[in-house]
Ligand binder design. Structure first.
Ligand SMILES: [Zn+2]
Length: 508
């Protein structure tokens, strides 16, 4: 990460009014669970004064996930630049899941438009978007149309005079419609993503400098015909570490304003899917083009990253049982059912194996199963019951019948959550897709995460930020579900794409 220089803060020049907001969701085309308005309202939906309070230095922007995120970073940039009035618009975020319903998407965009109408005249707008959103019924074909491109075109129409800065998750599926309306375009530079605040800060300083005439943003971008599975592109490990270091070096060069790399979310239903790079420089189109080619070459050269070693469910359980001593719980990463990448979280394969052969491993397993929630919720804690767990409706998982005891009821980010203990397995059955990246998820159900032999995680890496003091061994396990890596290899691409097709060059 480059430390901003005083001269990069955009100080001096005319007073500015800049609106800021967020519409953020990562969708998985293979999840049967649609994302609806209540999913945003439950997790994060703020407007006006509430948004302004949450994004101040003492606020907690996305409580429980990332207290200081993009919009707080933007507010800091606006404050340090001086004479910038930061105007809150609307901010909404939901747990990754299936595509949004059309009604949910319209509610989000109309809400943003209404906040723009209330905001009065704006010089600029900063939006934190994901870039791999999907909406039911919206074809994402050759036109390059995507939900984010629709958001940007409607914002542009609502405020024709304002310049737009946008930040995207580095898993964005970049399209022309997401690039063209943006004067400033910034990506996260870490995977897992802990640089949300610096991302908003970077977008803010660059937008302010553009509005004050200190830079003339000129951009170039390249699409690369490559798609890799999740979990292969950690920014602080080889080989991607070298790429991000090179990007930091590029940004220190004269006239280079920003460099972005998009290691696309592979579960988006677009046949145009692929990695992308984007470069902005100060008023030099030839330089933008050269640096974009240089970064594209560098990213392309990393495409042969080997996937991490994965175990089958029986192999994973055999390995766990063979361990004599362990320090903290082993994290079983449920690779085919990654809620962090939009899977529904109702994979029953691990639970089925534990139920068939429970040899005393103390395991914590989250499971999306709204049918089981409806059946068990009326039962008081301590009640014994036999229940057939089927996972997410429409997900085609093997049913598992277990006998046990209702142990806790909770309501929170994942709707109703019921703890069901069967043998030495503790199941957290959830009404909505579960993403228990924080140990407090288990503590709120009366379980100490440190006492588990193993706990199942529904995201590739983000949980490690919170589990770093507890869990030291991480075991990727494959079964069958919405985020199976096979989907990357077997899906349709409009253009021959690595690794489905062997390619020597990204050009052409
Ligand atoms: Zn991401």
């Amino acid at each position: 990460m480059n430390i901003p220089r005083y001269s990069d803060l955009g100080r001096g020049g005319r007073p500015l009014r800049i609106g800021y907001g967020r519409i953020f969701h990562e969708a998985c085309a293979y999840s049967p669970v649609a994302t609806v308005e209540s999913d945003f309202r439950r997790l994060h939906h703020l407007t006006g004064a509430d948004l302004h309070a949450a994004t101040g230095a003492r606020g907690s922007e996305i409580a429980g996930y990332m207290p200081h995120a993009e919009l707080t970073g933007f507010r800091a940039a606006a404050y340090l630049a001086g004479d910038v009035d930061a105007v809150p618009l609307a901010s909404s975020l939901a747990v990754p899941s299936g595509p949004l319903t059309a009604a949910c998407f319209e509610w989000l965009v109309a809400g943003l438009e209404a906040s723009l109408a209330d905001a009065g005249p704006l010089d600029g707008i900063y939006l934190a978007l994901h870039g791999s959103m999907q909406v039911e019924g919206l074809a994402m074909g050759e036109s390059g149309q995507s939900p984010e491109s629709i958001i940007l075109s409607r914002v542009r129409a609502a405020c024709p005079g304002a310049r737009i800065a946008v930040s995207y998750d580095l898993h964005a599926h970049l399209t022309e419609g997401m690039v063209a309306p943006a004067d400033i375009l910034i990506s996260y530079l870490s995977n897992p993503h802990w640089d949300l605040y610096p991302t908003g800060f970077r977008a803010g300083t660059r937008l302010i400098r553009a509005l004050r005439g200190q830079i003339r943003p000129t951009s170039a971008w390249r699409k690369l015909p490559m798609v890799l599975g999740g979990g292969m592109t950690i920014s602080f490990l080889s080989p991607m570490r070298q790429v991000f270091a090179a990007m930091a070096e590029m940004e220190r060069r004269p006239k280079v304003v920003s460099t972005s790399l998009f290691m696309v979310h592979p579960y988006t239903d677009s046949d145009q899917l692929g990695w992308a790079v984007h470069v902005t420089v100060d008023g030099d189109a030839a330089l933008a083009s050269r640096v974009a080619d240089e970064l594209a070459d560098l990213a392309w050269a990393q495409r042969l990253i080997p996937p991490p070693t994965m175990l089958s469910v029986p192999e994973a359980l055999a390995s766990l049982r063979s361990k004599k001593r362990r320090f903290g719980p082993v994290s079983i990463v449920d690779v085919d059912d990654i809620v962090g990448a939009g899977a529904p979280g109702g994979n029953t394969h691990i639970l089925a194996a534990l139920a068939a052969d429970d040899t005393g491993l103390r395991t914590y397993v989250p499971l999306h199963d709204p049918g089981a929630i409806d059946a068990l919720w009326p039962l008081a804690d301590g009640t014994s019951a036999t229940v057939t767990l089927q996972g997410s409706p429409g997900y085609g998982q093997p049913p598992v019948t277990v006998t046990g005891r209702v142990a806790a009821h909770q309501t929170g980010d994942f709707g109703r959550v019921l703890r069901f203990d069967t043998g030495t397995t503790h199941v957290a059955i959830t009404e909505r897709p579960p993403l228990p990246i924080h140990p407090k998820f288990w503590r709120e159900l009366g379980l100490d995460p440190r006492k588990a032999d193993a706990l199942v995680q529904k995201n590739f890496f983000h949980y490690r930020i919170f589990y770093a003091p507890i869990s030291f061994e991480h075991m990727p396990v494959v079964s069958a579900g919405a985020t199976s890596l096979d989907r990357v290899r077997t899906r349709d691409y409009a253009r021959p794409t690595h690794p489905q097709t062997h390619l020597e060059s990204w050009r052409g």
